[in-house]
Structure formats: C-alpha cells, structure tokens
Write a protein that binds this ligand. Sequence first.
Ligand code: NAI
Length: 509
Amino acid sequence: MAFDANRADLCVGVIGTGAMGRGIVQVSAAGGMHVLMMDTRPGAADEARDFVAKMLLRAAEKGSMSKADADAATARIRVAQSLAEFKDCHMVVEAIVENLDAKRALFGELEGVVKPDCILATNTSSMSVTTIAAKLKTPQRFAGLHFFNPVPLMKLVEVIDGLLTENWVSEALMVIGKRMTREPVRLTDAPGFLVNQVGRGFTLEASHLVYEGVSNFVDVDRVMRDVCGFRMGPFELMELTGLDVTQPASSLIYNQFFQEPRYRPNLIMQSRYEAGVLGRKSKKGFYNYDAEMKPIIAPEPAAPTAKPASVWVSKAEPQGHEVLTALLTKLGATIESGAKPSAKALIFVTPIGKDATTSAVEEGLDPKRTVAVDTLFPMVKRRTIMGTPLTDAAMKDAAHGLLASDGVPVTVCRDSPGFIAQRIVAMIVNIGCSIAQSRTAQPADIDKAVVLGLNYPNGPLKFGDVAGVERIHQVLATMNSIYADPRYRPNIWMRRRAQLGVSLLTPEP
Ligand code: NAI
C-alpha cells in the first residue's frame, strides 16, 4: 500500500477527547497536520478544542512556538458531529474509554466509513492491539499508537505492530509520530507493551520486599533515589499515578502473561487499592499528607556514634571486598588482615544476591557479628546494610556509625537476598532482557523508551551494563536458588551475554 505519511494535507482523526485525546489533538495540530476530533459526550469535543487552543497560545507565550504557528495550528482543528465526517481522514486514532466492546464497536463502524488505505490506531493502555483488531475486516491496517500522559510533555510514543499489522502501517506511524514531534519507538504487541512491562520491575519488586518485612516504603524510596539515581522512589511513583491505575494494570499484565511469576502482583498494592487508599488522589496512600499535600515523613534518625574496635572484611566477593576496604580505609577503620576475623572483630560481608545469614553460614562466620554491606552500586550518597537475625544490636550500630561517619546516610534493612537496590534493579534488567529476547523491541529501543517514558536514570539494559551483566545475573541466580521462586529465574538471553562478557546493548545480527 502506498501511503504518503509526509503529505502536507495529512488529516488525523482523533476520537475521544479526554485527557489523552486532547493531547493527541494538540501535538498533531502543532506538528502541521489537520485534525478532526469527536467525542460522544455532548460539548466535550468543543471543550477540548478550546483547551487545546489555550495550550497552543500558552506555548506561544512561553516562546516554544510563534503566535502565528499557534494560530495556524488551532485553525487546523475541526470538531466532527458524526463518524461519517471521518471519511477523508488518512488515519484515525482512538482514545475513548478503556473497554474492549466499546473500542471494537467504534472500529467496526469506522471501517465502513473510511477509505481502504486509512490507518486505524488505538491508544489503549492495557489491551492487546491484536485482540482489538481481531474482529475487524481489515486488521492489517490496524496498529497501536500509545502516548503517555500528559501527551505534550511526554515525548515517547510506542508504535505497536499487532499480529496482522502490515509493515507500511507502522512505518507510516513512525513518520507521523515524528511529525507530531514525538520520539516513536516501534515494538510488537505484548502485555504492557514495552514501558509498562518494565515499570512492573520497579513497583512490584519494591512491594514484594516491603511485604516480606525487609524494609518500609520511605526507606525503599530513599535507597532507590540516592543509590540508583531514580527521580522518584517506587512508592512515591505509585502515590502519584494512583493505585486505581497501577494495581489493575499490574494484575492485567500478570494474567495476560499467563501468570508469569516475574509480574506477580502483591497484597500490599491490592489491599490498598480495595480500601481506596490510592495515593495523592485520595489524600492517603503509602504516605500521609499534610494540608498542603506534602507527605509527612519523620526525619531520619541520627546515625549512632558507636564505632567498632576493628573490622574484618570477607573476600568471598573480591570486588565487594576491594571497594568496601577502600571505603573503610578512608573512614579510618582498623582493618584486620588475617584469614579469619579476630574474636572481637566486626565482620563485614559484601554479598551479591545473598542474604547476610547465608553469607555467614557458608563462610563459617559468627552470625552475631556479621553485617552485610551492599557494594554493587556507588556508596556515595547512601549506603545499605543488613544483619543476620542474630546480629548483636551493638555490632549493627557500630557498623552503621562507622559507615555514616563521613556524613553519608546509611539505611538499615532486614536480612534479604539482594538487599533493596540489588533486587529491584535486577528485576528491571531481567524484564528488559525478556523484552529483548522475545523481540518485542530492539535493545537500544528498549532503553530509549524506558528513559523517555519512565524518566529512569538508565534504561534496563544500560542498568545491567553499569552494574555488570555477570553480577546482575548472579543476583538473580542466587535469589532464584535461595527463594526457590521462578520469579527470580534469570533470563537466558541475559545469561548468554553474561557468559560472553558483553554489553546487553550488543546488537545481534
Ligand atoms: P478520559 O476518560 O479522559 O477520556 C475518554 C473520552 O472518550 C471521554 O471524553 C468520553 O466521553 C469519550 N468517549 C467514550 N466513549 C466514546 C465513544 N464510543 N466515542 C467517542 N468518544 C467516546 O480517558 P483518557 O485517560 O483520555 O483515556 C483514553 C484512552 O487512552 C484509554 O484507552 C486509556 O486506557 C488510554 N490511555 C490513557 C492514559 C492515561 O494516563 N490517562 C495513558 C495512555 C493511554
């Protein structure tokens, strides 16, 4: 099919003019295309057109476009009263209610209205593109065009090939996406598409570890911000999005993947969702809020002043031994050099994917004096430690006091394979690798989409590269054996790259 996605008079139809539809109208008109829009709620499309006109004017006032361009963009937007008016559109994107029957009914009707080469696209956030297309007479011209909220600010758009989508359709949508000044990323249909799949690693693993009693919401958020560079911790993010969105999306992705354990939801989210404790929108969530909607967070308690007389650092993880010894030397600790710790020494272990207990038992160390330190990530802005269930409080305080003695805060969590950061990052990397393995998207596109769509400091594959592919694989393989839960089984696509010692971003012919 010859489709000219660059034609000057390209007309985009937008059906449903709520939060998403109006954003799509705005970027289409601003991108030089003609727009025809419609909504079944009386007056809604007119309201949306006025809203978009105001937004375009504001953009002109801020200097991001000229007043003439804003006026011209507004003039390109028309409101339709009936579907019949969409007959000359070159493509139509749907942003109506998230309901399969409603979407299928709309596209069924549209098929009888538009020309044979008109592209039909859905902005569904959670349904399979292939499923929506399944009842159409012409599923080959149907694709997903998944924008992010708020559309004008979020540059990413996922262009999704359904099973029967023809290549010209997605190629044209890639061009149109660029004309809308978006960053389109092409992928094949999958539950959660790309970005929402990766997002499960962050929020679900955080919920699982809090559910297990390893840590609390506030500390997990602190660790993920300070240690891994996320702008928001997983619970802060869920507060913002709302559990009425996050929890159903999580359950859906899990079930659409036939209960794949990697995506298993958690009771922490489900019970809050059911109780209506949704986050900022219900003024109560993982955090409580003051009258100005600032989260009420108790300040971190001051670090203990205690210091150990001497420390001994396990060599079981040579890299961990090296970085921790360097840090302890800088902090002025007395470091023992013997093959075994002296009778009074504070014992440090630096496990990758192991808990403190397993480390102590396997290495024949005294569990009462053993404290584990997470050395996988830079220990510059925050450090994480954990003891065994038997570690003396005085030993833990001494470890905390020593590691905080240069003013860097220390988070103490309960014993857990992978501490906090190791296990959350490893899950994100694992999901990124499974997306690459299933050829849902190319490795570079996976990272690009996640950075643009989720604002993560790195895409999942770069996260793996930075921490070390072999070590992320080790976190997962070790957790898998300790938990005996396939949730943690490392992806074989990752394993091969770990074995070969190459970047997760290495292109494969
Ligand atoms: P919304 O509720 O703000 O807007 C939906 C609009 O569609 C309403 O104005 C409604 O009157 C209209 N509508 C419903 N049935 C219609 C029909 N048969 N024909 C014409 N108009 C109809 O919803 P929102 O948030 O804009 O979502 C729209 C779609 O975009 C959904 O499929 C949603 O899953 C998806 N989406 C939403 C995101 C978000 O963050 N809100 C992000 C990405 C996708």
